[in-house]
Ligand binder design. Sequence first.
Ligand SMILES: [Cu+2]
Length: 72
Amino acid sequence: MTVTRSGGAATVTWVFQSTAHRVDWDAQPSGAAVANIGSTSSASVGRDFSVAGTYAYHCEIHPAMTGTVVVQ
Ligand SMILES: [Cu+2]
């Protein structure tokens, strides 16, 4: 997904349904330090992105599940 920063940061919210998943970062732009999301189910968890660039992640529980956040 691509998000545009507003007021210095963009918030991305992951909506976890009944199966537990994680968000584990594989790559972040220089200067970024977005925290992983530990095993979560039936909840929503947001992270703020203030550094532009490409962020790549996977779910440690299901390694085939991958995603990318592009912050502009
Ligand atoms: Cu998963």
